[in-house]
Design a protein around this ligand. Structure first.
Ligand code: SAM
Length: 352
């Protein structure tokens, strides 16, 4: 990775520079995932939940990376040594017009400028804002529209002191409206699937599927041999029947993940799952018993070298249980992450 503060002055090997945001805590695996997705990519800066990279990949290719929350085309980076503010950033961009050359798709007609300080939208001097709108208008042949724009140009500053000016490439639906209670966001489900090293020969299972975010992501964006999706609550499975595409290589079932009696020994090679955390509606469950029996049943159905990727809420508690399975599983990766603002752990295990 390049020295953080030199990023703006470097001559890049690759044509385009982007920055993307992702769930906090996955920093140590993002470079690997990005390389697997794009091939030719150079990571230039890695912050908590944000990566800056250069690549020859097209905007469309970047938009199709599903493990990012949002991605932006980077026009200008501001190092933290500059005590950066949004007003200063705009002043620099207004003086330095040459840098704003980029050929945009012709279907984009209107835009809005968003100013964000440490993840909060902030208002700024209106004179500067209008000058900036004029500059973007002229450069990209777009009309300002603050209520319903086709695209957004962002000026954002981070708590570490860095500033970014870029054009937003992705715009997710507001997940608060569409996700079921406890359902993982698709980009988190995507990272978990990616960590399991997906291959088209995989016999995959999510035995605690809930609303099905993980297996739906696996079915939609990766190849596979077979996907098994199950939950002890048959109502979840009934709902999933309407959401999951019907095909022979996908099986839905209602089962107890701590037994998995329908599965033969050594029959599965990938398990990616999100068992109960013991919070919310299920505070009274015996998590100790559940996790112990779960790891025992997972060991039984997994083939040698098979991979488990598991998301849990209470890391210390889970690690204590995991320490009793060191002769059965090798811990490959451990990540301390934030899921909807809550501390969680992601563990990648390989069956010995
Ligand atoms: C944390 S939720 C999974 C959420 C899921 N990842 C999603 O995106 O919706 C855990 C799920 O495990 C199920 N569950 C609890 N105990 C189980 C067991 N013994 N066997 C199988 N499923 C179980 C619950 O019904 C719940 O749907």
């Amino acid at each position: 990775m390049a020295n953080n503060d030199k990023i703006s002055s470097q001559t890049m090997n690759f044509q385009n520079k982007y920055f993307s945001t992702f769930a906090s805590g996955f920093e140590s695996v993002i470079e690997d995932l990005l390389k697997r997705s794009l091939g030719n990519v150079e990571i230039e800066l890695l912050l908590d939940g944000l990566v800056v990279y250069s690549t020859n990949s097209t905007i469309d290719r970047i938009k199709r990376i599903n493990f990012f929350t949002n991605s932006f085309l980077l026009f200008r980076f501001f190092p933290k040594s500059g005590n950066v503010t949004i007003e200063k950033m705009m002043t620099v961009v207004l003086k330095d017009r040459d840098r704003l050359h980029f050929h945009l798709p012709s279907n984009l007609t209107t835009f809005r400028i968003i100013t964000s300080k440490e993840n909060q939208h902030v208002s700024i001097n209106q004179g500067l804002m209008i000058n900036m709108e004029k500059l973007i208008s002229r450069n990209f042949h777009l009309r300002p529209d603050r209520s319903n724009p086709k695209m957004q140009f962002w000026f954002l500053t981070r708590s570490e002191g860095y500033g970014f000016f870029g054009m937003r490439l992705t715009k997710h639906q507001d997940y608060a409206d569409i996700l079921q209670k406890g359902e993982l966001r698709p980009e988190l489900a995507d990272i978990l699937c990616q960590l399991s090293e997906p291959q088209k020969t995989d016999i995959f299972i999510d035995p605690f599927a809930g609303s099905g975010a993980i297996p739906m992501e696996r079915a939609k964006n990766f190849s596979y041999n077979h996907i098994y999706i199950g939950d002890i609550d048959s109502r979840m499975i009934d709902k999933l029947k309407f959401k999951i595409k019907k095909e022979n290589a996908i099986t839905l079932g209602s089962w107890d993940a701590t037994k998995l009696d329908d599965f033969k020994n050594d029959s599965i090679n990938k398990i990616v799952t999100d068992p109960p955390w013991g919070y919310f509606g299920n505070v009274n469950i015996d998590l100790n018993g559940l996790y112990n029996r779960m790891l025992t049943s997972f060991y039984r159905i997994l083939k040698k070298d098979g991979i488990i990727v598991i998301l849990v809420g209470d890391r210390i508690f889970f690690e204590k249980i995991l320490s009793k399975f060191t002769d059965k599983f090798q811990l490959k990766t451990k990540l301390y992450v934030l899921v909807s603002g809550k501390k969680a752990g992601v563990y990648k295990l390989r069956k010995i």
